[in-house]
Write a protein that binds this ligand. Structure first.
Ligand code: 5GP
Ligand code: MN
Length: 334
């Protein structure tokens, strides 16, 4: 599904220096961070004053990306983040489709007077923006930021930092070009590599950065917290509050854990269900082929995302959440 507005209005808006804010979703991932920093680097070339706002802290593995340490983190600097959004003339919303994805900043963005531009690849974008470049067939928001810059005819304003930030989102949102790909991703990757992106080092920075503790968490999850349901072609990994405390698990420590389930031959649906130290229950869902975990997450877990990668939350206990997932799953198996 595609919603793409005419680019001329936004072209004229960015043609003179403006106050611009770029905001992305809570718990920003490689695509959220990469697209935000790339767009910032690009817009800086026009002489704008551009601020990036992350609702919550970014994973340390992305610290190597240029200018990431200049981003405003709302959780740490609430007043400043709100003020920048309220004063912005243009607000770019990247890699999210609805204002609930930026938590309590949602109302601030909603009420802000600035021109709002949404660049995103999630299903069901909400109608809060003035300009949309929304395409669910895109691998990543980084692919769409590349398209945005190309359609402006301004590729020469991409420097190596911009290209590297864009390549980051291509890698992280496609599992290094294994899922959610399309012919264009490879063209974009080739173009970025031609601009000088060192994809080997980028990979090394992003993937070969585990600590021994993180490997131990993975070991514990795979050995003691994996349940499989062969009759449903599904598996669940769960972690409870005690696991979080015992292994001192932080947000980034469980990134990608859900994907291990799909490595078992025949598995088509995977769920990582966790009881956070706060008591909150969160789900990460993945599927193969035509099975839509987006519909499952939206219908039963107040969530959403993409057809094959979604997330959500639950108000009942960890055990009941696992039971509910297993009970409703047959309705979504095609
Ligand atoms: P992850 O499982 O990696 O946290 O998220 C997978 C996908 O689901 C991402 O595209 C993310 O935006 C989406 N997602 C995760 N949690 C939620 C949620 O609570 N609500 C919605 N609407 N989407 C979510
Ligand atoms: Mn994305």
């Amino acid at each position: 599904m595609e919603t793409v507005n005419d680019i001329e209005e936004i072209r004229s808006k960015i043609s003179t220096p403006k106050e611009i804010v770029i905001i992305t979703h809570r718990n920003p991932d490689g695509d959220a961070i990469g697209s935000s920093l790339a767009l910032q680097g690009f817009l800086n070339k026009y002489g704008h004053r551009v601020k990036v706002v992350f609702p919550s802290e970014y994973p340390v593995i992305f610290e190597f990306l240029a200018h990431i340490n200049e981003a405003i983190i709302y959780d740490q600097d609430r007043e400043r983040a709100k003020q920048e959004i309220t004063n912005a003339e243009i607000i770019f919303c990247l890699d999210f489709n609805g204002l609930d994805r930026i938590d309590t900043l949602g109302p601030t963005v909603d009420e802000a007077k600035g021109y709002k531009a949404l660049i995103d690849h999630h299903l069901d974008p909400e109608p809060f923006a003035d300009y949309y470049l929304s395409d669910t067939s895109a691998s990543s928001t980084c692919e769409l930021v590349y398209r945005f810059i190309s359609e402006l005819g301004e590729k020469r304003k991409m420097d190596l930092d911009v290209a590297t930030a864009l390549f980051t989102g291509l890698i992280t949102d496609t599992g290094s070009f294994t899922y959610a790909t399309n012919p264009n991703v490879f063209r974009v990757a080739a173009d970025l590599k031609e601009m000088g992106v060192d994809d080997y080092t980028l990979h090394d920075n992003i993937f070969n950065c585990w600590s021994e503790r993180q490997l131990n968490i993975l070991g514990h999850a795979l050995r003691n917290r994996l349940k499989t349901y062969p009759e449903l072609s599904a598996g669940v990994i769960y972690l409870d509050k005690k696991d979080y405390l015992k292994y001192r698990i932080a947000r980034g420590d469980t990134e990608g854990l859900v994907n291990y389930i799909l490595m078992i031959k025949g598995m088509k649906v995977a769920a990582f269900i966790r009881e956070m130290p706060s008591g909150e229950i969160k789900l990460s869902l993945r599927s193969k082929g035509d099975i839509s975990v987006q519909e499952l997450a939206r219908t039963h877990f107040s969530g959403g995302g993409h057809k094959n990668a979604s997330g959500g939350s639950s108000k009942v206990s960890l055990e009941e959440t696992i039971d509910r997932f297993v009970t409703v799953l047959p309705d979504f198996l095609k």
